[in-house]
Design a protein around this ligand. Structure first.
Ligand code: WT7
Length: 696
């Protein structure tokens, strides 16, 4: 066997077991779920009915007759026969007990602007009135798709809940993505309405967001999709903050449309459990993003249950999740999960360290935040400024979350000690856009924490680590992390492409002829090990996906953007270790004959920013004479990923051009060392990811 075909199970994992840390008594005493019997109730022997405990947290218009229909794996329906409405469950049903309670507290980035509180009553009024706009002014009906391209403003959750009220399927595109990226998602989702904002603050600047709307619409038009209405929420209602031209008959300001809707009420549609609630696009192995389709009943039950048990939100808590609502974390754990639990959720508009690293702690102190939820990339950033900054402020969390990428044990301990002040429990929640909610995490009052490990499978979920040939691996061996059984929050399909759904998440290990769900394990695309106690340690992606600061980018997306630059002949994107962001993309390019390399790096960076957005901007563009290729001409990303991370490139004898490995290594290492960027000790963190990266 060639050395580059090493099985995951043979890859050494240089990770020592960390100590277990138990939650303090104060936390346990007040926890929503501190009854050890819950572990038995959710035992696999009780699957699938264990999840009824979650579904019972919702109000149903009609109760289901079948827990799960698995007749057509891997396409499942939960709570079959049941009917409900997500907007009703997040808003209306709380009016009786919590009418005057804060549902959302919006914190603008400029510190001189005061925060805005929306009570459940007001949320209900605003959702109704905006639903009337969607229904009466846009003619939207249950089942229609709408694209949202909004920043962190209150209009975003209001829009989502108004769509859900009507059964309109929303597809929110992260506000930081470019107009072109939004246009592609408009086309793929068959949207004819775009809902956007004029402007928002980020790092001290009022960004002109509305300009992207025109770009999105034109980009969609170029692919044959016509957007006939663009609704624009204004940062300052009644005032113009963007110089983007308004197109007559197409573009409307939301604050103007709402004027005629005062007092209008819209009945929530009673929808079958399996009706889609939203699409969320995510990157995969091809340039085309995948629209993960989530259901109403299954998804809502799963986020309601996991929010209650794992985020431990009680109605009187103040919960702040730092994520952007434009990603799945915000959908599940700012909007749908917390609101289904009648919680108070903080929504912050801007950058975490604006105007300085004390901002998060001032917000926490002022609003009395006691549950804090963020990503390792933010924790690393705050850690860099030192422990003195949080120490200046008077706040005390009872519970903290880390999500989105593996957290280094040393960063975990800093979070625990300096932010949690040694008292707050930490849940390291592992999940994906596809999974709807947490799939790996400790249950905070019942299962001890282990720095760097997300914990065991979430209640009712059974993780397994499989070798490439499908055998289940023993503790300590690295392999493909899979989930044996379905759970209610799992996506239903990839919108418009069920074959790709099967191919991406199941084909690797499924017995394709079988109609038994047991033969269809869900493949996460992550490499992991399970330890003796069943805790999962995520090692990184095993597919062509780069996780940058907790956001996924497909290498093909980056490469196709680079190839729009005329001089670029070939391009390959790989993940490189980054102290703050976990990973950053680096791009290797070779030029077409006759082209000069001057200025090409800037052009490529700009092209990527235009086609995807600033988050995709590579840290380095390495222009090389050629790229390492197999005899069939395939670029071996594994080799260059190893070079970028000071690792051994492994066997290069299968390359058609092994002689270029040394000069590329020299070029990259000399440049990196000169910039003092990466040291050789850091390579250990990328072992599995790089070994497998970019191989078929
Ligand atoms: C990928 C999913 C889940 C919401 C945010 C990201 C990585 C996620 C963890 C964690 C280690 C993690 C995985 C996963 N990931 N959470 N706690 N520990 N890795 O959602 O954009 O769909 O990305 O993020 O690689 O596959 P996403």
């Amino acid at each position: 066997m060639a050395k580059d075909k090493v099985k995951e199970s043979e890859i050494a994992v240089h990770w020592q077991e960390e100590e277990l840390i138990v939650p303090n008594d104060d936390f346990v005493k007040q926890a929503n779920m501190a009854d050890p019997e819950v572990l038995e109730r959710f035992d696999q022997a009780n699957w699938p009915d264990c999840f009824v405990e979650y579904a019972d947290l919702l109000d149903w218009d009609q109760r289901w007759h079948t827990t799960i229909d698995t007749t057509n794996p891997p396409f499942y329906n939960w709570w079959v026969g049941g009917k409900l409405n997500a907007s009703y469950n997040c808003v209306d049903r709380h009016l009786k007990a919590h009418r005057n309670k804060a549902a959302l507290i919006w914190v603008p980035e400029p510190e001189e602007e005061s925060h805005q509180v929306i009570t459940y009553q007001e949320l209900w009024v605003r959702v109704n009135e905006f639903a009337a706009v969607l229904r009466d002014d846009c003619g939207l009906r249950a089942g229609d798709k709408v694209t949202l391209h909004m920043p962190m403003v209150l209009g975003l959750p209001i829009t989502m809940l108004a769509c859900a009220r009507l059964g309109v399927v929303h597809s929110q595109v992260f506000g930081g993505f470019s107009g072109e990226a939004c246009g592609d998602r408009i086309v793929d989702s068959d949207s004819r309405v775009l809902i956007t904002s004029d402007a928002y603050y980020r790092a001290g600047k009022l960004l002109n967001h509305q300009v992207k709307a025109g770009l999105s619409v034109n980009h969609a038009k170029g692919q044959g999709s016509v957007v006939d209405k663009v609704l624009i929420w204004r940062r300052y209602p009644g005032k113009v903050s963007s110089d983007a031209a308004m197109t007559d008959g197409r573009d409307f300001y939301v604050d103007e449309l709402l004027k005629s809707k005062k007092g209008v009420r819209v009945e929530p549609e009673s929808l079958p459990s399996e009706s889609p609630l939203f699409l969320m696009y995510t990157s995969g192995t091809t340039a085309r993003p995948k629209g993960c389709q989530h259901s109403t009943g299954g998804y809502m039950s799963y986020v309601a249950g996991t929010t209650k048990y794992y985020q431990d939100i009680h109605p009187e808590d103040v919960y702040w999740c730092f994520a952007d609502i434009g990603w799945i974390t915000g959908h599940s754990y700012i909007v749908y999960g917390p609101l289904a639990n009648a919680a108070t959720a903080v929504v912050y508009e801007g950058a975490p360290t604006y105007p300085d690293a004390g901002r998060p702690w001032r917000i926490a102190e002022q609003l009395g935040v006691n549950i804090f939820h963020t990503a390792p990339t933010t924790i690393r950033m705050l850690r860099k400024t030192g422990p003195d900054e949080p120490a200046k402020y008077n706040f005390q969390f009872k519970h903290m979350t880390t999500v989105g990428e593996p957290i280094e044990p040393e960063v975990w301990r800093w979070y625990y000690e300096y932010i949690g002040k040694g008292k707050a429990v930490i849940v390291d929640t592992y999940w994906q856009t596809e999974t709807g909610g947490f799939i790996g995490t400790t249950l905070p009052a019942l299962q001890p924490m282990k720095p760097g490990s997300c914990g065991p499978g979430a209640l009712g979920i059974e993780p397994v680590v499989l070798s490439d040939d499908g055998t289940s691996l023993s503790a300590g061996s690295a392999g493909n992390l899979c989930m044996k059984n379905p759970w209610p929050g799992r996506m239903q399909t990839i919108y418009g492409d069920p074959d790709r759904f099967v191919e991406t998440y199941f084909a690797k290990f499924a017995k394709k002829e079988s109609k038994d769900w047991k033969d269809w394990p869900y493949v996460t695309g992550d490499g992991a090990t399970l330890s003796e106690d069943g805790y999962i340690r995520i090692l990184g992606r095993v597919d062509d996906v780069i996780n940058v600061a907790g956001h996924r980018l497909g290498t093909k997306e980056l490469e196709s953007a680079a190839l729009t630059v005329e001089a670029v002949g070939e391009a390959a994107a790989v993940p490189a270790y980054d102290e703050l962001k976990g990973r950053v993309p680096e791009l290797y390019i070779s030029l077409k004959p006759g082209f000069d390399q001057s200025g090409v790096d800037i052009e490529v960076k700009n092209a990527i920013e235009k086609m995807i957005g600033p988050i995709a901007r590579p840290s380095h563009i390495w222009v090389t004479t050629d790229l390492p290729k197999t005899s069939s001409g395939k670029i071996m990303r594994r080799v260059i990923a190893a070079i970028s991370n000071f690792m051994d490139p492994g066997d290069t004898t299968t390359l058609s051009n092994p002689e270029i490995v040394d000069p590329i290594t020299k070029q990259v290492h000399e440049a990196k060392k000169a910039m003092g960027e990466v040291t050789e000790d850091e390579r250990r963190k990328l072992e599995v990811e790089v070994r497998r990266f970019g191989e078929d």
